[in-house]
Design a binder for this molecule. Structure first.
Ligand code: NZQ
Ligand code: ZN
Length: 389
């Protein structure tokens, strides 16, 4: 196991009715003038936005609003939010929604106290040193942004989807009521599940030795997802399934599963070009990229893939031929994706083979290779994309 530092400073308020505590929590973390940030309307339709406003008003906290965050959030709205915060002397940003809303809110919170262009944090990798405090009310289990330092924003100028990942701005608090996810569609539930599992895969496939504890954490999250996701898709109002999935989403990405081990992240880089170019849901893009990546890198460490097959997918170990076991595990993962209605090939998301060079060029604007478990050079990236055709 490698040396590591780990700080997970978010206060989590989890369970039924917890959104009622929002006013108390904003106050606890010093907010008096709040920007409520939300998406395309689900929180309006569900009545959650009105409830939040009532709770803030009851605590004598003033607020302004900025809605309209789209999935794969764009820089233009971030700029608008930054200006609004500066003009209105906002001292707290409250994200009410999914990963896109939270990521956009993180960018606004950082940009509001920065003299330069907020895109510097994404494009130039500039470290975020300070931000307005941020709180979240999560409405979909997926990206894990409620407990992570990550934020992913797309610059409409060139459709460049870039991430920033620092200790600031991590949410001061995150409210997680699984009931708020009952209205998430079957498709979005599946997309979220794929993302949660992908966050574990990026950590699980490692070259670091003696990482039994984090291997087992990863496997626990994956086994939970395999059990609970079909239940939530079948019955969207199953509280048990929704609550396990919601917490799994946080655990998968606050790095408790990834400390002390090398991590890969090639599939996420390759996927961000898909969802940047085609406006496909991040989880759907991952369902296309991950099986392809697994097939391409499997022989780098057949035993790790065989372990994955046995411990996660219940395959029987073929001692004479572990490669067969490894392949069986990947096949079972792909079958699981199909069973929850996910795409697994370019054609399923209308992605085009002729766009592969352009996607690789966009990656090469920022780095010459991707991945850590196996380092993918441009010619490897092309082969992985082609395995997903
Ligand atoms: O916009 P609204 O109307 O709210 O609808 C959303 C959106 O259409 C809907 N939704 C959310 N909660 C709902 C609901 N519909 C009904 N009932 C509810 N309770 O779901 C759709 C997807 O929402 P979105 O926030 O885009 O989903 P997700 O949480 O998957 O976030 C995706 C974004 O997060 C980034 C992705 O790249 C993508 O841009 N990621 C962020 C990470 C991070 N910050 O650490 C890591 C991830 O790997 C990922 O890259
Ligand atoms: Zn992801």
């Amino acid at each position: 196991m490698n040396n590591f530092d780990f700080c997970s400073s978010t206060y989590f308020a989890f369970g039924k009715g917890k959104e009622k505590e929002v006013g108390k929590l904003v106050k606890k973390f010093g907010g008096s003038k709040v920007l409520i940030h939300y998406g395309g309307g689900s929180v309006v339709r569900s009545g959650l936005l009105d409830k939040v406003k009532t709770e803030l008003t009851n605590m004598n906290i003033s607020f302004i609003e900025l809605g309209g965050v789209k999935p794969n959030p764009i820089l233009g709205l971030v700029y608008e939010g930054v200006e609004l915060c500066k003009k209105e002397n906002v001292d707290f940003v409250l994200a009410v929604g999914g990963g896109s809303v939270i990521d956009s809110a993180k960018a606004i919170a950082a940009g509001a106290v920065y003299d330069g262009d907020v895109w510097d944090f994404y494009d130039k990798g500039k470290e975020v040193e300070k931000s307005l405090p941020l709180g979240t009310i999560l409405t979909i289990a997926a990206a894990g942004s409620e407990g992570s330092g990550g934020s992913v924003i797309t610059n409409e100028n060139g459709m460049l989807k870039r991430s920033s990942c620092y200790d600031v701005p991590v949410a001061k608090f995150s409210i997680m009521n699984p009931e708020l996810t009952y209205t998430v569609s079957k498709y979005q539930t599946a997309c979220g599940a794929v993302d949660i599992m992908a966050h574990v895969f990026e950590r699980y496939f490692t070259n670091t030795e003696d990482v039994e504890i984090t291997d087992r954490f990863c496997e626990a999250v994956l086994l939970t997802m395999i059990k609970e996701v079909p239940v939530a898709i079948e019955n969207p109002e199953d509280y048990g399934a929704r609550s396990n999935i919601m917490w799994a989403g946080m655990v998968a990405h606050n790095n408790i599963c990834g400390v002390g081990r090398g991590q890969d992240w090639a599939s996420h880089r390759l996927e961000h070009e898909l969802s940047g170019m085609y406006d496909v849901a991040h989880g759907a893009g991952l369902a296309v990229m991950f099986p392809a990546w697994m097939k391409y890198v499997m022989n780098h460490d057949v035993n790790r893939f065989a372990q994955f097959a046995v411990r996660v997918w219940g395959c029987k170990m073929n001692e004479e031929n572990p490669e067969e076991t490894a392949k069986e595990g990947i096949a079972k993962y792909e079958m699981f994706l199909k069973s929850i209605g996910m795409p697994t090939r370019f054609k399923d998301i209308d992605a085009k083979e002729e766009d592969i060079p352009a996607m690789i060029q966009k990656i090469l604007l920022y780095c010459s290779s991707v991945g850590n478990f196996v380092k993918l050079e441009p010619e490897d990236m092309e082969k992985v994309y082609k395995l997903a055709l």
